[in-house]
Design a protein around this ligand. Structure first.
Ligand SMILES: [Zn+2]
Length: 507
């Protein structure tokens, strides 16, 4: 079955952190794990349920009126916590229907049903089901765009807002970025049939975006609908930040250049799931954990941060870097970054600090939390969860870009030449990661247990060392500014690096 399993990487690990204070009674769970399984999958599965009602966007455009060339398009985008009109050049992109060579079918209205049978409740909103089946009930249709200034809230506007990040990534990585399919706001419906009978629970997957790759190599990006429940608190849909699409596409590029790492990440995770029954940092696991925490449960949830978790955080960090490159490597163009709910700085790779004002850094405390066997959430919703691979990845992305900025300042390279330089650097880092993994002592990707007894903390340090080496001067010397960045943001590694990587630094 493993070759049929779909690998998927979300923008957000879990979507309910901001609802921590919400009364438990209103929490009904949510399933973000449905498409872990391909079409036609049948087997036992657990599911978390939360009532979500997708927003529907009206469309008035007909094929006969659609634009052959979109030209200059103005959209209402989210830029630094506010919405503003932004004009994009989409010359030579057709709107009849919307397409871009190399990015596959762009579809709206796809309907995928995931039916869970013989389910029993095992926690608040959490069900264990003896059987589940995935079916596509409507294949979806092409999207037609009739206006270059579509009205916000229409299907045309929202589709283009989500499309922009894919377009920018394709422009930056014409040969590296490719997709089989892009689904805009599909209806992914969960039906939970209880063993004891009664009305089935029905809900939709919403409020996230993901990239997935199945066993046949088909890869797609899905923009899940914005829910009415989310819109009542956070009215701007996440895809109005162009970096969100680019981050998802970044996972595909990470896969392309880091295939051995990527495969081992997936393999390790799969083995972890089946062997230990404890959870790693998957969306589903955190959703269940959140549900239980809100219920006031004192159950201790165990987890195991493994080599797979370390690679996963690299993957997230690399995807953030690819998104930053797609947006032109300028904070102003990057605009809104990955603002989500109350998080404004945690996922912004240009922000030196988190939302709690603390510097983004790999400290001993962060490592202790990341590698802790017990799942815990930070006390404040403004503090990012360092057990989430996205959070660690965001720190890596920040350090990578800070080192890049230092180099550009030193070289005084014009902005026009910076993008290609940054692309070269991220590719070098990924190549070094692959090499580092190959060199890793007694690596055995087929046996998670054997890898687990190795020290993933050491591997993490090794990978960060390789990042620094991308920027090191001849003779592995570092500038004072580079030393400052490393000591400020990677303090946990200073004792190990004192006589090696940081030998040229005045410590
Ligand atoms: Zn991601």
């Amino acid at each position: 079955m493993s070759n049929r399993k779909i690998l998927l990487f979300y923008l957000l690990t879990y979507a309910t952190i901001s609802c921590k204070q919400t009364p438990v009674a209103s929490y009904n769970g949510d399933n973000q794990n449905t498409h872990n399984y391909p079409e036609g999958f049948s087997g036992s599965q657990s599911v978390v349920f939360q009532k979500k009602t997708p927003q529907i966007f009206p469309s008035t455009c007909t094929p006969d009126r659609a634009l052959a060339d979109l030209g200059m398009v103005t959209l209402r985008m989210r830029v630094k916590e506010k919405e503003q009109n932004v004009t994009f050049n989409l010359s030579n992109v057709p709107g009849n229907p919307l397409s871009l060579p190399g990015l596959g079918n762009m579809l709206k209205g796809k309907v995928i049903a995931h039916i869970y049978e013989d389910c029993t409740a095992t926690g608040p909103g959490v069900f264990s089901c003896d059987n589940s089946v995935v079916k596509t009930t409507q294949p979806g249709t092409p999207i037609y765009i009739c206006e270059s200034n579509p009205k916000p809230g229409t299907l045309e506007h929202e589709t283009l807002a989500a499309f922009i990040g894919l377009y920018q990534l394709k422009v930056a990585f014409p040969k590296d970025f490719s997709l089989s399919e892009v689904l805009f706001f599909p209806s992914m419906v969960d039906q939970i049939l209880l063993r004891k009978g009664g009305t089935p629970l029905q809900t939709s997957l919403t409020d996230n975006a993901y990239w997935s790759r199945d066993g046949e190599g088909k890869n797609r990006i899905v923009f899940l609908p914005h829910s009415q429940e989310m819109a009542s608190m956070f009215p701007i849909p996440i895809w109005r930040q162009q970096t969100i699409a680019a981050h998802e596409g970044g996972h595909q590029i990470f896969f392309k250049y880091g295939a051995p790492l990527f495969s081992s990440q997936s393999k390790l995770r799969e083995e972890d799931e089946t062997e230990t029954g404890s959870f790693d940092d998957t969306t589903q696991a955190w959703m269940s954990f959140e549900a239980n925490a809100q219920e006031g449960s004192t159950t201790i949830s165990t987890r195991k941060a493994t080599m797979g978790s370390v690679i996963s955080s690299m993957n997230e960090g690399a995807a953030d870097i690819y998104a930053a490159i797609a947006s032109g490597l300028q904070e102003s163009l990057f605009g809104s970054g990955f603002e989500y709910q109350y998080r404004r700085k945690a996922r912004d790779p240009f922000s030196k600090v988190n939302d709690d004002g603390k510097i983004k850094a790999i400290t001993n405390g962060v490592l202790k939390h990341f590698f802790n066997d017990v799942a815990t959430l930070p006390d404040s919703p403004l503090t990012p969860n360092h057990q989430d691979s996205h959070t660690l990845g965001a720190i890596f992305a920040y350090i990578f870009l800070a080192l890049f900025e230092e180099e550009m300042t030193r070289w005084q390279l014009p902005a026009s030449e910076q993008t290609s330089r940054c692309i070269a650097h991220i590719k070098q880092w990924q190549a070094r990661l692959v090499k580092a993994y190959e060199r890793y002592p007694d690596r055995n990707i087929s046996l998670a247990e054997e890898v687990r007894v190795e020290d993933p903390k050491q591997f993490l340090r090794y990978l960060m060392q390789e990042m620094v080496n991308v920027y090191a001067l001849p003779g592995k010397r570092l500038t004072q500014a580079q030393c400052n960045i490393i000591t400020a943001h990677l303090p946990a590694f200073i004792p190990n690096w004192k006589k090696t990587l940081l030998a040229s630094c005045p410590l």
